[in-house]
Design a protein around this ligand. Structure first.
Ligand code: FES
Ligand SMILES: [Fe+2]
Length: 446
């Protein structure tokens, strides 16, 4: 490999001599080549039988209040404010679990990439010429320099470090290292980019920072085939909005998991989906949620009309339902008949969270005259902001010396279940001894 020793462009990483093209997460026009890897992941997922696991059978919907555990209370203050607990979460949860970082359709063409940040690590997610998606630590093998600063971009064939021009292939191999041939014993094969565990689930890209995590297919076995009707691997993103919220990340999950707050906080949403109508089929464990009926003939949009083709081959009754699931620890999956909304939740500090919200549609919807994505995006942008506001108010009150854990209502069975799963994941309390007696005594010791 020859030395690409011409002047490098400021502090941006450059690739094969061409400047990075910044791209918006909007209106991709490149057709999606589903990689061999992603195809096999999808096929594998579809072949796995529905699971009857420790959390009970699938697809048995129960009213929210029916799964409420009496005595459930909100978490003690320290879980929302303590830097030590935040550090434990980063280590035991965000460095140990499969985390959603995007969708394969965010990088449909060879050379497209985005960067993600997880547990303080910056990662490059890139599609190679063969169509496979790779994940690498965004760290040069020479002197450690950050390789890519942009959130998203498109390279030709290589990733070049902006410092001394070491150059890597899209599969991570070190291809060029100027003047290093003079170093006795130097072998390029020993200096590939460090890869991060990466897997696809229903078209979504997940990474795992653990050294040897359980395969995603094992962790997600309970969801195998469950969302097939929504056509998730093929959907295309129309928009991303990034939110910064001054609240603990757990408040976002707790808020998402109940509609007790809907009449007051979301008057428009409440007209379209009765707040007390939720039925859940996943009521304990890392995946929680179910559906809420949508008033017949309506859609969750500003106009109340459907804004696009149905996203998939949706069952008749599901044309009047919106399905809400939380995927522990960082994904919220909201499946409507005409679009799918996904939130990624990224803790930044005990009282700060970044939320990335994407809206996905059927790929054929984009070219049709009845495609009105803004009708849905504006509706949920409004609803999101209403939620973030009350989450920030919660954070403010929870930080007070006056705060004490409060009782959850029967309409909050799912946030209570989410808290239990969180405590299990944190290792604060083990599965076998988890009871509200423990949590209550924990409260008194505060
Ligand atoms: S630090 Fe990357 S080439 Fe020197
Ligand atoms: Fe809400």
């Amino acid at each position: 490999m020859t030395f690409l020793g011409h002047k490098l462009g400021g502090h941006h990483c450059r690739f094969n001599g061409s400047a990075v093209q910044r791209r918006l997460y909007q209106n991709f026009t490149v057709p999606l080549p589903i990689s061999t890897n992603s195809r096999s992941a999808i096929v594998l997922a579809r072949q796995m039988p529905p699971t009857v696991g420790k959390y009970g059978p699938m697809s048995e919907f129960r009213k929210t209040a029916e799964t409420f555990t009496a005595g459930a209370k909100t978490l003690p203050q320290r879980y929302f404010v303590s830097p030590e607990i935040f550090a434990q979460e980063q280590q035991r949860i965000f460095s140990a679990r499969w985390l959603c970082v995007g969708h394969q359709n965010h990088i449909p063409a060879a050379g497209q990439y985005f960067t993600a940040s997880a547990a303080g690590e910056s990662l490059i997610i890139v599609r190679d010429q063969a169509g496979s998606v790779h994940g690498f630590y965004n760290v040069c093998r020479h002197r450690g320099t950050r390789l890519c600063e942009e959130k998203t971009g498109h390279v030709r064939e290589t990733i070049r470090c902006p410092y001394h021009a070491w150059t890597y292939g899209l599969d991570g191999r070190l291809l060029g290292a100027p003047h290093m041939d003079k170093v006795v014993g130097f072998d390029k094969a020993e200096y590939s980019l460090q890869s991060v565990n990466l897997a696809l689930w229903e078209g979504f890209i997940f990474i795992n920072l653990a050294e040897a995590p359980a395969p995603l297919e094992t962790d997600f076995a309970r969801l195998a085939g469950k969302f097939r009707h929504w056509n998730l691997p093929k959907l295309r993103s129309a928009r991303r909005i990034e939110y910064g919220v001054r609240a603990n990340w757990k408040l976002i999950f707790e808020n998402y998991s109940e509609c007790y707050h809907c009449p007051l906080v979301h008057p428009a949403l409440s007209k379209l989906t009765p707040y007390d109508s939720a039925e859940n089929d996943l009521c304990e464990g890392p995946f929680l949620g179910g559906f809420m009926p949508i008033i017949k003939g309506q859609s969750l949009t500003m106009s109340g009309n459907a804004c696009a083709l149905p996203v998939g081959d949706i069952k008749a009754e599901d044309h009047h339902r919106v399905f809400y699931y939380s995927i522990f620890p960082n994904m919220l999956l909201s499946m409507h008949p005409d679009y799918v909304m996904v939130h990624q939740v990224w803790p930044e500090a005990p009282d700060q969270v970044t939320i990335l919200c994407d809206w996905f549609f059927h790929p054929d919807a984009f070219s049709r005259p009845d495609f009105h994505p803004d009708d849905a995006i504006a509706f949920w942008d409004m609803t999101n902001r209403q939620d973030w506001h009350v989450c920030e108010l919660s954070q403010q009150g929870i930080a007070s010396r006056a705060y004490r854990p409060g009782p959850y209502s029967p309409r909050e069975s799912i946030p209570a279940a989410w808290d239990r799963e969180y405590l299990r994941a944190l290792g604060s309390i083990s599965d076998s001894i988890l009871s509200y007696a423990d949590i209550k005594s924990d409260h008194h010791q505060r």
